[in-house]
Design a protein around this ligand. Structure first.
Ligand code: PLP
Length: 229
Protein backbone atom coordinates (compact mmCIF):
# COMPACT_ATOMS: atom_id res chain seq x y z
CA UNK A 1 0.00 0.00 0.00
CA UNK A 2 2.69 2.54 0.89
CA UNK A 3 4.47 1.63 -2.37
CA UNK A 4 1.40 3.03 -4.08
CA UNK A 5 1.56 6.20 -2.02
CA UNK A 6 5.24 6.67 -2.80
CA UNK A 7 4.65 6.16 -6.51
CA UNK A 8 1.70 8.53 -6.67
CA UNK A 9 3.46 11.17 -4.58
CA UNK A 10 6.54 11.06 -6.80
CA UNK A 11 4.34 11.25 -9.91
CA UNK A 12 2.56 14.34 -8.62
CA UNK A 13 5.81 16.01 -7.57
CA UNK A 14 7.26 15.26 -11.01
CA UNK A 15 4.20 16.81 -12.68
CA UNK A 16 4.67 19.94 -10.55
CA UNK A 17 8.42 20.22 -11.24
CA UNK A 18 7.88 19.57 -14.98
CA UNK A 19 5.22 22.29 -15.13
CA UNK A 20 7.47 24.74 -13.28
CA UNK A 21 10.15 24.14 -15.89
CA UNK A 22 7.83 24.18 -18.88
CA UNK A 23 6.21 27.49 -17.86
CA UNK A 24 9.38 29.20 -16.64
CA UNK A 25 8.36 29.20 -13.02
CA UNK A 26 11.16 29.25 -10.43
CA UNK A 27 12.13 25.80 -9.15
CA UNK A 28 10.19 24.94 -5.98
CA UNK A 29 7.82 27.89 -6.33
CA UNK A 30 4.76 25.62 -6.25
CA UNK A 31 3.78 23.81 -3.04
CA UNK A 32 1.82 20.60 -2.83
CA UNK A 33 -1.15 20.45 -0.46
CA UNK A 34 -2.49 16.91 -0.08
CA UNK A 35 -6.32 17.16 -0.06
CA UNK A 36 -7.04 14.38 2.42
CA UNK A 37 -10.81 14.63 3.01
CA UNK A 38 -12.42 11.24 3.68
CA UNK A 39 -8.98 9.59 3.77
CA UNK A 40 -8.09 7.67 6.93
CA UNK A 41 -5.33 8.80 9.26
CA UNK A 42 -3.29 5.79 8.10
CA UNK A 43 -3.20 7.20 4.56
CA UNK A 44 -2.04 10.59 5.84
CA UNK A 45 0.60 8.88 7.97
CA UNK A 46 1.83 6.93 4.93
CA UNK A 47 2.28 10.14 2.93
CA UNK A 48 3.85 11.91 5.90
CA UNK A 49 6.35 9.07 6.23
CA UNK A 50 7.67 9.72 2.73
CA UNK A 51 7.87 13.48 3.20
CA UNK A 52 4.48 15.17 2.62
CA UNK A 53 3.85 17.81 5.29
CA UNK A 54 0.87 19.93 4.20
CA UNK A 55 -2.62 18.45 4.36
CA UNK A 56 -5.96 20.04 3.47
CA UNK A 57 -9.23 19.03 5.12
CA UNK A 58 -12.85 19.95 4.33
CA UNK A 59 -14.83 18.75 7.34
CA UNK A 60 -13.96 20.06 10.80
CA UNK A 61 -14.89 17.10 12.99
CA UNK A 62 -13.25 14.58 10.68
CA UNK A 63 -10.12 16.77 10.62
CA UNK A 64 -9.98 17.13 14.41
CA UNK A 65 -10.23 13.36 14.84
CA UNK A 66 -7.34 12.78 12.44
CA UNK A 67 -5.25 15.55 14.00
CA UNK A 68 -5.63 13.87 17.38
CA UNK A 69 -4.52 10.55 15.95
CA UNK A 70 -1.56 12.10 14.16
CA UNK A 71 -0.48 14.63 16.74
CA UNK A 72 2.97 13.07 17.08
CA UNK A 73 3.71 14.09 13.47
CA UNK A 74 4.77 17.60 12.53
CA UNK A 75 2.06 18.34 9.94
CA UNK A 76 0.70 21.63 8.64
CA UNK A 77 -3.11 21.63 8.44
CA UNK A 78 -5.08 23.72 5.95
CA UNK A 79 -8.86 24.10 6.01
CA UNK A 80 -10.20 24.06 2.43
CA UNK A 81 -13.92 23.26 2.80
CA UNK A 82 -16.92 25.56 3.13
CA UNK A 83 -16.87 27.40 6.48
CA UNK A 84 -20.07 27.73 8.50
CA UNK A 85 -20.05 30.21 11.37
CA UNK A 86 -20.27 27.44 13.99
CA UNK A 87 -16.99 25.96 12.66
CA UNK A 88 -14.79 29.01 12.97
CA UNK A 89 -13.57 28.37 16.50
CA UNK A 90 -12.30 24.90 15.70
CA UNK A 91 -10.58 26.19 12.58
CA UNK A 92 -9.03 29.14 14.41
CA UNK A 93 -7.71 26.88 17.17
CA UNK A 94 -6.36 23.99 15.12
CA UNK A 95 -5.34 25.05 11.61
CA UNK A 96 -2.41 26.98 10.13
CA UNK A 97 -4.35 28.11 7.05
CA UNK A 98 -7.94 28.66 5.90
CA UNK A 99 -8.29 28.79 2.09
CA UNK A 100 -12.04 29.10 1.84
CA UNK A 101 -12.91 32.39 3.53
CA UNK A 102 -15.73 33.90 1.51
CA UNK A 103 -17.43 36.36 3.89
CA UNK A 104 -16.23 39.13 6.15
CA UNK A 105 -18.21 37.71 9.04
CA UNK A 106 -16.21 34.47 8.84
CA UNK A 107 -12.92 36.38 8.79
CA UNK A 108 -13.94 38.48 11.78
CA UNK A 109 -14.84 35.39 13.79
CA UNK A 110 -11.58 33.65 12.89
CA UNK A 111 -9.69 36.78 13.93
CA UNK A 112 -11.52 37.00 17.26
CA UNK A 113 -11.10 33.28 17.98
CA UNK A 114 -7.47 32.78 16.93
CA UNK A 115 -5.57 31.92 20.14
CA UNK A 116 -2.89 34.42 21.11
CA UNK A 117 -0.24 31.75 21.56
CA UNK A 118 -0.50 30.78 17.88
CA UNK A 119 0.85 32.81 14.95
CA UNK A 120 -1.76 34.65 12.85
CA UNK A 121 -3.98 32.34 10.80
CA UNK A 122 -3.01 32.39 7.11
CA UNK A 123 -5.99 33.30 4.94
CA UNK A 124 -6.96 32.94 1.31
CA UNK A 125 -10.18 34.50 0.06
CA UNK A 126 -12.21 32.04 -2.00
CA UNK A 127 -13.43 33.60 -5.23
CA UNK A 128 -16.52 32.56 -7.20
CA UNK A 129 -15.04 33.47 -10.58
CA UNK A 130 -18.13 32.79 -12.65
CA UNK A 131 -20.58 34.20 -10.09
CA UNK A 132 -22.44 30.92 -9.97
CA UNK A 133 -25.13 31.29 -7.27
CA UNK A 134 -24.86 27.60 -6.33
CA UNK A 135 -21.15 27.93 -5.51
CA UNK A 136 -19.20 29.34 -2.61
CA UNK A 137 -16.91 32.30 -2.92
CA UNK A 138 -16.80 36.07 -3.12
CA UNK A 139 -17.87 37.68 -6.34
CA UNK A 140 -14.96 39.48 -7.98
CA UNK A 141 -16.64 42.88 -7.45
CA UNK A 142 -16.63 42.35 -3.67
CA UNK A 143 -13.02 41.29 -3.28
CA UNK A 144 -11.24 44.61 -2.83
CA UNK A 145 -13.25 45.81 0.13
CA UNK A 146 -13.15 42.45 1.90
CA UNK A 147 -9.43 42.08 1.23
CA UNK A 148 -8.63 45.51 2.68
CA UNK A 149 -10.64 44.75 5.81
CA UNK A 150 -9.17 41.27 6.29
CA UNK A 151 -5.65 42.57 5.78
CA UNK A 152 -6.14 44.88 8.76
CA UNK A 153 -7.25 42.14 11.18
CA UNK A 154 -4.34 41.49 13.56
CA UNK A 155 -4.83 37.75 14.17
CA UNK A 156 -5.12 36.94 10.46
CA UNK A 157 -2.52 37.12 7.71
CA UNK A 158 -4.05 37.60 4.28
CA UNK A 159 -1.95 35.52 1.88
CA UNK A 160 -3.91 35.42 -1.36
CA UNK A 161 -6.80 34.02 -3.35
CA UNK A 162 -8.28 30.57 -3.94
CA UNK A 163 -10.74 29.29 -6.54
CA UNK A 164 -12.24 26.03 -7.74
CA UNK A 165 -13.16 26.62 -11.39
CA UNK A 166 -15.64 24.43 -13.21
CA UNK A 167 -13.82 21.42 -14.72
CA UNK A 168 -12.65 21.70 -18.32
CA UNK A 169 -10.81 19.03 -20.25
CA UNK A 170 -9.06 21.26 -22.76
CA UNK A 171 -5.80 22.77 -21.50
CA UNK A 172 -6.36 26.27 -22.90
CA UNK A 173 -9.86 26.38 -21.43
CA UNK A 174 -8.47 25.23 -18.08
CA UNK A 175 -6.03 28.15 -18.10
CA UNK A 176 -8.63 30.89 -18.53
CA UNK A 177 -10.14 31.00 -15.02
CA UNK A 178 -6.69 30.63 -13.46
CA UNK A 179 -5.49 33.61 -15.49
CA UNK A 180 -8.46 35.59 -14.21
CA UNK A 181 -7.68 34.71 -10.60
CA UNK A 182 -4.09 35.83 -11.14
CA UNK A 183 -5.37 39.09 -12.64
CA UNK A 184 -7.53 39.73 -9.58
CA UNK A 185 -4.56 39.10 -7.31
CA UNK A 186 -2.34 41.40 -9.38
CA UNK A 187 -4.92 44.17 -9.25
CA UNK A 188 -5.23 43.90 -5.46
CA UNK A 189 -1.47 44.16 -5.19
CA UNK A 190 -1.27 47.15 -7.53
CA UNK A 191 -4.34 49.12 -6.37
CA UNK A 192 -4.38 48.32 -2.69
CA UNK A 193 -0.72 47.63 -2.01
CA UNK A 194 -1.53 44.21 -0.53
CA UNK A 195 1.43 41.81 -0.58
CA UNK A 196 -0.33 38.63 -1.64
CA UNK A 197 2.10 35.76 -2.15
CA UNK A 198 -0.39 32.90 -2.65
CA UNK A 199 -2.55 31.66 -5.50
CA UNK A 200 -4.24 28.47 -4.25
CA UNK A 201 -5.44 26.92 -7.49
CA UNK A 202 -5.15 23.67 -9.43
CA UNK A 203 -6.21 20.12 -8.52
CA UNK A 204 -5.47 16.61 -9.82
CA UNK A 205 -6.84 17.24 -13.30
CA UNK A 206 -5.71 20.79 -13.96
CA UNK A 207 -2.61 21.49 -11.91
CA UNK A 208 -0.40 22.10 -14.97
CA UNK A 209 -2.78 24.80 -16.26
CA UNK A 210 -2.83 26.40 -12.81
CA UNK A 211 0.96 26.39 -12.60
CA UNK A 212 1.15 27.94 -16.08
CA UNK A 213 -0.92 30.82 -14.70
CA UNK A 214 1.00 31.32 -11.48
CA UNK A 215 -0.33 28.88 -8.87
CA UNK A 216 1.86 28.83 -5.77
CA UNK A 217 -0.03 25.98 -4.10
CA UNK A 218 -1.93 23.14 -5.76
CA UNK A 219 -4.51 21.12 -3.81
CA UNK A 220 -4.32 17.50 -4.90
CA UNK A 221 -6.52 14.64 -3.74
CA UNK A 222 -7.30 11.83 -6.17
CA UNK A 223 -3.89 11.81 -7.85
CA UNK A 224 -2.29 11.16 -4.45
CA UNK A 225 -4.82 8.95 -2.71
CA UNK A 226 -6.49 7.22 -5.64
CA UNK A 227 -10.07 7.89 -6.78
CA UNK A 228 -12.55 8.74 -4.02
CA UNK A 229 -15.14 6.14 -3.16
C1 PLP B 1 -11.15 17.53 -2.82
C2 PLP B 1 -10.59 18.87 -3.07
C3 PLP B 1 -9.44 19.08 -3.85
C4 PLP B 1 -8.72 17.95 -4.55
O1 PLP B 1 -9.43 17.54 -5.67
P1 PLP B 1 -8.88 16.32 -6.58
O2 PLP B 1 -9.63 16.48 -7.84
O3 PLP B 1 -9.18 15.08 -5.83
O4 PLP B 1 -7.42 16.54 -6.76
C5 PLP B 1 -8.97 20.36 -3.99
N1 PLP B 1 -9.57 21.43 -3.40
C6 PLP B 1 -10.68 21.28 -2.66
C7 PLP B 1 -11.29 22.48 -2.05
C8 PLP B 1 -11.22 20.02 -2.47
O5 PLP B 1 -12.34 19.88 -1.73
Amino acid sequence: MSIDFATRWQTVLTRIRDAERRFQRPVDSVRLLAASKTQPATAIAALAAIGQRRFGENYLQEALDKMAELKALDLEWHFIGPIQTNKTRGIAEHFAWAHSVDRLKIAERLNAQRPNDLPPLNICLEINLDQEPSKHGLYPSAIAEVARTVAALPRLRLRGLMAIPAPASDFDRQRQPFARLRGLRDRLSADDGLALDTLSMGMSDDLEAAIAEGATLVRVGAALFGPRA
